[in-house]
Design a protein around this ligand. Structure first.
Ligand code: PLP
Length: 398
């Protein structure tokens, strides 16, 4: 107990009143992507980002143990002290090759990579031009990139989501001496839609802007061999191990000078212990598997389209989704939470996503398709959801 608990209690009560209180709960991962609740009930996971079902793959588990045997369970220090094992250097070269870049640096999480990247780029702008950069960002970029902007002390200029005309008009107006930097994603995590990479690349080249693309939700699952969508267009790519690659951590791939700058100026690289060899071993195994997973990637795409069709036929809103992430947008917190609970009662985990993760009024069930789902499971979820929506409508929910 602290002397300040009443203040925290009050804040929590306010969140609960708004339907925005969040509480982690224990779920035991089982076979084929199933999850077991504490009461023993089993749920089909339609929420995690384990798109290829790799997190429990035997090869990843085995390689994790091999790397732990070889390098230890922890890294012992920051990369620049004693945290850079030979396997990690080789892994960085493999990641750079995956993204068609010269070099890569590994971070402990995607959040950390993004929060580190933006201040490091801002320092480069200051060093090179004497002025802060103009950060031009898609309105829907991940919270960690916004955090990076705040840590850099630069207020970003936002373009309307995926609106290339708006981006161009902002690039035209950006006439300060600092670097122009575009921050966006190739696949957006809450809508499952894609950016127009060719258009972004062309604009970045035309206006001399440095294009950074977060490929957290494309790496491993989209593009040839799972290399993502930013191929050849971006100056810098962020990829995560935490989604399709079944592990945790992240990397930034770019040219050698850019990566060397991050090694020297990236706060989350310099002042944080290097990621665990265990996890990096698993990632190394995932990279071995990626080229042979075309059939799984096609299956996931097919299942996602099947689910979207079900939703469209029922008149439900899936927005611009064209990937393995399919939002079912329902509006209010109350509706999203009720639907999620009803779906869970029928054996499916489809978590309600609420503000601030999505804009007010845009609450949704974020349905995520995986390689280990069956068509029957997708059809069942769709039916359960349609029935639940009808029941909510009958109860007069907005
Ligand atoms: C687009 C995007 N970037 C970065 C991250 C953060 O990655 P991590 O979970 O590895 O911290 C996420 C995670 O949800 C994300 O959706």
């Amino acid at each position: 107990m602290t002397r300040f608990d009443h203040l925290f209690q009050h804040g929590l009560e306010e969140l609960a009143e708004q339907g925005r209180l969040r509480t982690p709960r224990s779920l035991q991962p089982g076979v084929d992507g199933l999850l077991e609740k504490e009461d023993g009930t089993v749920l089909v996971d339609f929420s995690s980002n384990d798109y290829l079902g790799l997190r429990a793959h035997p090869l990843l588990r085995e390689r994790a143990l091999v790397w732990a045997e070889r390098y230890g369970a922890g890294s012992g220090a920051s990369r620049l002290v004693t945290g850079t094992a030979p396997g990690m250097v080789a892994l960085e070269a493999r990641l750079a090759a995956l993204k068609g870049m010269e070099a890569a640096c590994i971070f402990s999480s995607g959040w950390q990579a993004n929060a580190t990247l933006v201040p490091a780029l801002a320092q480069l702008s200051l060093a090179a031009t004497g002025a802060a950069p103009t950060l031009i960002v898609d309105k829907f970029i991940h919270a960690s990139l916004y955090h990076g902007c705040a840590a850099a002390g630069v207020r970003p200029v936002r373009f309307r989501h995926n609106d290339m005309e708006h981006l161009e008009s902002l690039l035209q107006k950006a006439d300060g001496p600092g670097l122009k930097i575009i921050l966006t994603e190739s696949v957006f995590s809450m809508d499952g839609d894609r950016a127009d990479m060719a258009a972004l690349g062309a604009l970045a080249r035309r206006y001399g802007a440095f294009l950074c693309v977060d490929e957290a939700h494309a790496t491993g699952i989209l593009g040839a061999d799972g290399k993502g969508l930013a191929d050849g267009q971006a100056d810098l790519i962020i990829g995560t191990f935490s989604k399709a690659l079944g592990g945790m951590g992240a990397f930034i791939a770019s040219s050698s000078p850019v990566c060397r700058w991050l090694v020297n100026k990236g706060s989350g690289y310099i002042y944080s212990t290097a990621p665990s060899p265990l996890v990096l071993g698993a990632v190394d195994a995932a990279l071995d598997l990626l080229p042979d997973l075309d059939a799984t990637r096609d299956r996931v795409a097919g299942l996602a389209e099947r689910f979207r069709q079900h939703m469209r036929q029922a008149g439900l809103e899936t927005g611009p989704s064209s990937t393995q992430i399919v939002p079912v947008v329902v509006g209010s917190e109350r509706t999203a939470l009720t639907l999620s609970r009803m779906v869970e009662d029928a054996g499916f985990l489809a978590i309600a996503i609420r503000p601030p993760t999505v804009p007010p009024g845009g609450c949704r069930l974020r349905v995520v398709l995986h390689g280990n789902h069956t068509e029957a499971q997708v059809d069942q979820l769709a039916q359960v959801l349609k029935d639940a929506v009808s029941q909510c409508a009958a109860m007069g929910f907005a």
